[in-house]
Design a protein around this ligand. Sequence first.
Ligand code: C2E
Ligand code: CA
Ligand code: CA
Length: 720
Amino acid sequence: MFKPLSWRNIPTAKTLSVMIFIAGIGLIVSVVALLYLSLHLVSSKTNEIDEHRSALSVQGAIQTSVNRVWSLVIDNAVWDDAVREVYRPQLNTAWLYNTWGAGYKINNLYDGTFILDERYSVLWGAFRSEPFNEHNLDFFGAGFRALINQHLHALPGEQNIYAGITRTRHGVAFIGIGLIRPVVGSPPAEGNMRRYLVITRHIDTQNLKALGDTFQIDNLRFSLNRTNDSSVPLKSSAGDLLGYLSWEPQLPGVKAAHAAAWEIRQITALVASLILLFIMLSSAGLYKLAKGEKLARSTAMTDWLSRLPNRRALLAQLEALSLEDPNEAICVVFIDLDGFKDVNDIYGHNVGDRLIVEIAKSLRDKVPPSGMLARMGGDEFAMMIGGSQASEMASRFAEQVLAGLNLPVRLGERTIYIGASIGIASGTLLECTSTELFRRADIAMYHSKMNGKGQVTHYDAELNSARERQLTIENEIRSGLMRNEFDVWYQPIVDARSQQMAGVEALVRWPGRPAGALPPDNFIPIAESSGLIHALGQFVLRRACMDLQPFSDLKLSVNISPAQFRDPEFENKVAGVLRDSHFPAQRLQLEVTETYVLENPERACAAIRNLKALGTAIALDDFGTGYSSIGYLRRFNFDTIKIDKSLAGLVDNDEQAAALVGGTIRIASALGMAVIAEGVENEKQMKLLRLAGCDRLQGFFFSAPMPIDALRQHRQRRQG
Ligand code: C2E
Ligand code: CA
Ligand code: CA
């Protein structure tokens, strides 16, 4: 089955604009993604950097807290007053309490002070302003023991003040230890008596908050386990993990991103709209292009007049089919209108164009659903159909077209009779090319045309050879005209009563044909269909006028083909020949057939009127072979009617034919027309026809056609 016209399926600029659209959307998405990705990267990097800074700050804060305790130890241990009060067998506990023990309450710089002896036993202590009664170091934890170890291994002369971190029984604390000694000089060395000052400061929410404020760390706090927040581990001076100092990250990246979000959104919107604008502009351009392209394509594929697809479109469709499935059976129906040229000649091209449009419409209505109809140009149409039913559908279509054209076409006031000759060819595109398929349909159509028109012919090989033979003859006629191969013979026409030669009929002969002489019935139709009849007819007319010019008592009959009669210049051509040959118009009679006058009654009437105005007579040839009644033919004002030999030859043994001939003669005579009977072969026929009232007779009984020389001799014999 046919798909709709394949040229409409060729990808167009429309597809391209869809592609651009998709690419544009992709571009927008990736630009936006890129923007947000980089924003995210910058913000998380910023967060990371800030995290690192915070961790450093927290470590700084820890170190600062340790240093503070260390400074406190220096301030309090290197002090002459303290030396005086502690280096004695009995400690001055009142002084100690007032100086250090109460400090917790006063300045909150530390929460515990302790005095240790040279064996690191606690001699005195106050923790949170309460007396501390333990003597061993269990309270102070491993971190403190590590400090003492450092202290033990210190070189003599060193400052001997150490600070660090430990976990006391009370909690995690910054702790410092230092030898109590005078500002200048060594401690009083009574034996190896030593007094050490120990200061602790425990971590609590309050001092962590103060620390956090100082170092700009939010929500700094201590926990035993690592939390989700940012944190750094807190290790004792002994190296064991005490817990974590954690804080709330500030996430400046997130804040920055948040702050920039509005701008980013604006940039995104701007970029997106720019890209969208680009898409729209280029799509609009492409759309225009596509539209133009489609228009150009359809203009190139459409017939301007009938709006049907044109020859190119049909061939393109065939090509597309051959690519799709070369095995599919395809039928081509070729339609050529009969008599269209006359419509153009008589009514003008406007009417011709309107007729084409009307006929195109009526043909289109008959096309099977899967078929494609095209105007091939001029008055030619073609319908193509594929598939297993193609042949049947093509035949049905052709019959419907013929039946449709049987009815006259009405164009405004006018009623036009137009027929068609149709040829059908079928085959697959494996068997023959698409051009060959068209050629075959054309040959079949030509056959219809040559065989009386208004019919359908199916192509076969024989038709092809017949066509080829015709083409050969056509070429032979063309060259024969140039090489003067043609001749004109004359057949006498005698007066029925006196039996005297009254005139002659000029009949063309082709004695010089290289392939052998050919009777006119075999080549005249070919000359007619090829247009060569104009030259050939002109040759016969001119030759006959010149030949017969001297025989002033003889009339001359010359056969005129419908094609010649159609020629608008025909009357002028006849006048020219008469003038050139000095042949009196009154001696000339032109024989025309019924076919032409019936096809174009108006044009025929006009032509006959013009020719009669020149002085020539017009005869209706071959009467009795057609269908017209003499009554109908009367309007054409024929001077003479020639009863055809097929009818006249029957008068001697067919009563019906005899009656018909008799009736015809009577009516013709009554209408003032002369009657010639042709094909008279014997005396009986001669007598019967004469009795019936024929004016003149022609036939082998009197004489066969003869060359001009023979005619001359014949005349001389008669006269002599
Ligand atoms: P037509 O016009 O009917 O010409 C008469 C034909 O009948 C001639 O055949 C003639 O030889 C033949 N004929 C004459 N007497 C008899 C007879 O007693 N019995 C029989 N059976 N036939 C007879 P021809 O010359 O072969 O011409 C055949 C046809 O060719 C003509 O038929 C005419 O239609 C056409 N023709 C001949 N010459 C020309 C021409 O110069 N121009 C045109 N347009 N047509 C021509
Ligand atoms: Ca004739
Ligand atoms: Ca005839």
